[in-house]
Write a protein that binds this ligand. Structure first.
Ligand SMILES: Cc1cc2nc3c(=O)[nH]c(=O)nc-3n(C[C@H](O)[C@H](O)[C@H](O)COP(=O)(O)OP(=O)(O)OC[C@H]3O[C@@H](n4cnc5c(N)ncnc54)[C@H](O)[C@@H]3O)c2cc1C
Ligand SMILES: NC(=O)c1ccc[n+]([C@@H]2O[C@H](COP(=O)([O-])OP(=O)(O)OC[C@H]3O[C@@H](n4cnc5c(N)ncnc54)[C@H](O)[C@@H]3O)[C@@H](O)[C@H]2O)c1
Length: 444
């Protein structure tokens, strides 16, 4: 039996710890995490700020006590500061400042990510906020109770930025959403879909400032305005949501990196250093839509990579089946889901990609129950015919539909095969010629 040290106990680390202790009894698991809490669901932050949930209680699904009850030794508020990969030893600093060190047989790095902070004047002014940790959410929640916080500027209109813009507007704040790209959610959707979300945000009073670069945050002590290359926006609070960078300083020169600094891992989550695994936001994933390693920071990827690493660290060889970056968002009841490559992204990679689009009601026109329109796009390789990506949008809950496309990309299903795939019909649910079949049938 071996001693497994896990650095980081949030979504990825917790998944690895639980998998080891539930499936491989006898291994010793020692955990270090620099934070004071475990398993905070970041996605709950916007719901909490926007008062769509009553409070943070339900946003945790594990704890130090739970992991200890399973047999783990947990060192919270203890930061690992160095690793000697030759001696297989980690060096940490405990909450009281004392030095800790521990040998390992296998090491699992689950050190996650941290929000990117643009190097601009004013980034350290009071009320310039990051939103990653539970503590950050609590800080924002406390501050926006003040009527002095009237104008909130959110920088970055990716998933976090769009969700937070809705939250602040729901909280009655004058909200401006800035992005360097010409639309929101540029990573996950083509313009035909992001235009729906842009309109949705504007319809709810959120001011959009897209295609603008933030050059300075102004104020004396407290933030007062955000200046971009195209304008200036009053701000009593600024929230920075321009993406994550992986926390991989512990790897030093020893552990091979991906182009953005994430630990480069294989399908067993093994790094370039023997007996060292990396999982979650600090590591790459195998992206089936490009057949190569990629960086896609999602809790869903963190959990699955933790499971895979745990089994391999305990001697049971399994491989990740890869991911396609499936994701979803629900803003003022507009639901959008996507997986794989957008048409824009596929073409930027030099793929001879095409898209087949279709729009229809969810159910037959004769149905009296809720029956909104659904918009779908399927992206596929014009040469191999293999499905590369899909996007869907509706006020109807279409979330189950994107899982079909996630599996289709994973299994390299062609658009022709999808056109003949068994999809049931019942007027309560859909149409005989449903929009998935129709989009696939009309592919060029
Ligand atoms: C506001 C917000 C909303 C989100 N919404 C979603 C969503 O809806 N769906 C989704 O799939 N994903 C979502 N995400 C992304 C998701 O939260 C991350 O992908 C996930 O947290 C990654 O988990 P992780 O364990 O790999 O890393 P992290 O959550 O970053 O955890 C890393 C852990 O390592 C610890 N650590 C780091 N360095 C050290 C060290 N040297 N020593 C000891 N401990 C260390 C940290 O304290 C932390 O506990 C959201 C993120 C945010 C911020
Ligand atoms: N529903 C979900 O699945 C969900 C929800 C929240 C977060 N997440 C994940 O968490 C991670 C972090 O989310 P995020 O929203 O921070 O990142 P993101 O990559 O989704 O969005 C970052 C946005 O910031 C913009 N940007 C980058 N640099 C900028 C600059 N200097 N000025 C202005 N805009 C700039 C980008 O164009 C992009 O639109 C992502 O991996 C995301 O997928 C997922």
């Amino acid at each position: 039996m071996s001693k497994i040290v896990v650095v980081g106990a949030n979504h990825a680390g917790t998944a690895a710890i639980k998998t080891i202790l539930s499936n491989h009894p006898g291994h010793q698991v020692s955990v270090y995490d620099s934070n004071s809490n475990i398993s905070f669901l970041g996605c709950g932050m916007a719901l909490w700020i926007g008062a769509q949930i009553d409070g943070p209680e339900g946003l945790f699904y594990s704890s130090k006590e739970q992991l200890e009850s399973m047999g783990a030794v947990i060192h919270m508020e203890s930061k690992v500061e160095d690793i000697n990969f030759e001696q297989k030893k980690i060096f940490a600093r405990a909450k009281d400042g004392s030095a800790l060190e521990e040998n390992y047989d296998k090491l699992i790095l689950a050190t996650g990510s941290w929000p990117i902070v643009p190097n601009i004047p004013g980034k350290d002014l009071e009320n310039v906020q990051l939103v990653k940790l539970y503590q950050h959410a609590g800080d924002v929640i406390e501050k926006i109770k003040s009527p002095d916080i009237k104008n909130v500027v959110v920088v970055g209109a990716g998933y976090i930025g769009v969700e937070l813009a809705e939250a602040f507007q729901r909280h009655g704040k004058n909200t401006t959403l800035i992005d360097i790209e010409k639309t929101c959610l540029p990573v996950y959707y083509d313009d035909e879909f992001t235009s729906l979300m842009n309109q949705n945000l504007q319809d709810h009073g959120i001011h959009l400032a897209f295609g603008e670069r933030v050059v300075e945050i102004r104020g004396s002590g407290k933030v007062e305005e955000v200046v971009t290359d195209k304008g200036a926006y009053p701000a009593d609070m600024v929230v920075l949501c321009i993406g994550f960078r992986p926390n991989t300083n512990l790897g030093g020169e020893k552990v091979e990196r991906f182009k953005n600094g994430a630990y480069l891992v294989n399908k067993k989550q093994e790094t370039s250093v023997k007996d060292v695994f990396a999982i979650g936001d600090c590591a790459t994933v195998y992206d089936n839509s490009v057949n190569a390693p990629n960086y896609i920071a999602l809790a869903t990827n963190a959990v699955r990579s933790g499971i895979v690493a745990a089994h391999n660290a305990c001697g049971t060889e399994i491989e990740s089946v890869g991911v396609q970056g499936s994701n979803g968002i629900n803003i003022y009841d507009l639901k959008m889901v996507s997986t794989g490559l957008t048409l824009k992204k596929a073409r930027s990679l030099g793929i001879n990609a095409l898209a087949t689009d279709f729009e229809d009601l969810q159910k037959p026109e004769f149905m009296k129950s809720e029956n909104p329109p659904v918009k779908i796009r399927i992206v596929y390789d014009a040469d191999s015919r293999v499905i590369l990506g899909a996007q869907m949008a509706s006020t109807y809950d279409i979330s189950m539909g994107i899982h079909l496309f996630s599996l289709a990309i994973q299994e390299k299903v062609t658009i022709e095969k999808l056109a003949l795939t068994d999809i049931f019909f019942l007027p309560h649910f859909n149409k005989p010629y449903n929009y998935i079949t129709m989009a696939a049938i009309s592919a060029k």
